[in-house]
Every structure is written in C-alpha cells, then in structure tokens.
Design a protein around this ligand. Structure first.
Ligand SMILES: CC(C)(COP(=O)(O)OP(=O)(O)OC[C@H]1O[C@@H](n2cnc3c(N)ncnc32)[C@H](O)[C@@H]1OP(=O)(O)O)[C@@H](O)C(=O)NCCC(=O)NCCS
Length: 182
C-alpha cells in the first residue's frame, strides 16, 4: 500500500496530469526562493520521473499531495534518500504550491510520512534539513517533533557555493523511531 489517507489529504503515486502543476510550482520564484534557481519544464519532468522510479524500486518516496474536493495536485511531501549527507540517511521533505501554504497540509502530510517511514518502511531514524533562513520549512520540522541537532549542521555538497553561497550551510533536524513512539 503506497497511498495514504489523512484527515484532509490523499497522499498518492504520481499521475501524468501532475506534471503540469508540478512544473508551474517549480517555476515559481516564491516556492523556489531557497533553491538553486527555477526549474525548466524538462528538469521538472525529469525530477517526476526520478520520484516515480524510486517508488518502483524501493516502495517508498515522495507522494503527490491531493486535497480531495479542492485540488488534485498541491505539491509533494514524503521520504527521500539523503545518502549524500550520511550513507543510508532518509529525509522527510516537502514542496507545496504557494496557493496551498498556510493550511497545515505540509505538517499533516509530514506526520503521515513519519508514520509510514517508521512503521511500513522500518526506518530507525528520519532527518530533515534546510537553510536557516527557510523558516517555514524548519517550523514544519519542529511541529512534527524533529529536534535540531546543531552538531549535525553541514555544508550541502550539491550546492554551487560560488553561485549560491547563502544556500550552502544547512541545519539538521532528527527523530529516532523510539522518540517518535514516545
Ligand atoms: C515549506 C512549506 C511546505 C511550508 O508550508 P506552510 O504552509 O508554512 O506549512 P503547513 O502546510 O504545515 O502550514 C502551516 C501553516 O498553516 C496554519 N494552519 C492552518 N490550519 C492548520 C492545521 N490544521 N494544522 C497545522 N497548521 C495549520 C499554521 O498556523 C501555519 O500558519 P502560518 O502560515 O501562519 O505559519 C512551504 O513553505 C513550501 O513549499 N516552501 C517552498 C519549498 C521549500 O522550501 N521546501 C523545503 C525545502 S528544505
């Protein structure tokens, strides 16, 4: 079972119809403020391909977020490998279209992602990370119970430090399965 229902959301595998709103989201300067530039349609589609290939191969990944009765595709939330930080590490991540911020959807979907990761996938730990200035993102991390680990802060290896020096340093948040259960 890879689709999950929450109170307000359907977290599901991706459809072809998601690609257009996904590309629009990835080309929105406000959504992409803390990323390395906007994505072309081609790069956006390639990312969607990687997400679906990861689901096929591993049985977990980034869900397409649907708000039934409101919008068929609001963005993505879910689990994604972060081997480039620490081998075997898995992060919980999110990106929603601007119109769908401030409803608590990221928080609701992220809680379901933790449950799925710790129970169905059997992960021992889930992390998340962002640049310190992405307050909306680290506030989701705090709301879902992840704890800041200052000793884990790191320079992101995939950031072009010459072009985006302000996006290099990342703050790390963690949650272990035993802490989540408690
Ligand atoms: C990060 C991101 C998903 C956070 O979105 P968000 O709307 O702030 O987060 P949530 O969906 O959890 O919503 C929380 C807000 O909804 C409000 N809210 C309303 N109903 C709520 C409910 N039932 N439960 C929780 N919060 C609720 C909260 O008070 C909070 O309000 P605020 O906007 O005044 O702070 C969004 O900003 C985004 O997509 N950013 C661009 C991509 C990005 O940077 N991703 C992270 C990369 S590390």
């Amino acid at each position: 079972m890879t689709a999950v229902r929450t109170d307000r959301l359907l977290l599901r595998r991706w459809r072809d119809a998601d690609r257009e709103p996904f590309a629009a989201m990835n080309a929105d300067p406000e959504v992409m403020e803390h990323m390395q530039g906007l994505m072309s349609r081609e790069r956006s589609d390639a990312f969607a391909d990687r997400i679906e290939a990861h689901w096929d191969e591993h049985g977990w990944g980034l869900w397409a977020v649907e708000v039934p009765g409101t919008v068929p595709f609001a963005g993505y939330v879910g689990l994604w490998p972060a081997d480039y930080v620490v081998p075997g590490m898995v992060e919980v991540g999110w990106r929603l279209a601007r119109d769908h911020w401030s409803h608590g959807y990221a928080t609701e979907a992220a809680r379901a992602s933790l449950r799925f990761g710790f129970t169905d996938v059997g992960l021992a730990e889930i992390v998340s990370f962002t640049v310190p200035q992405n307050e909306r993102s680290w506030r989701v991390m705090e709301r879902i119970g992840l704890r800041r680990d200052p000793a884990g802060d790191f320079d992101h290896p995939n950031v072009d430090a010459d072009a985006y020096p302000e996006l290099v340093r990342h703050v790390l948040y963690r949650l272990r399965r035993a802490e989540w259960r408690a």
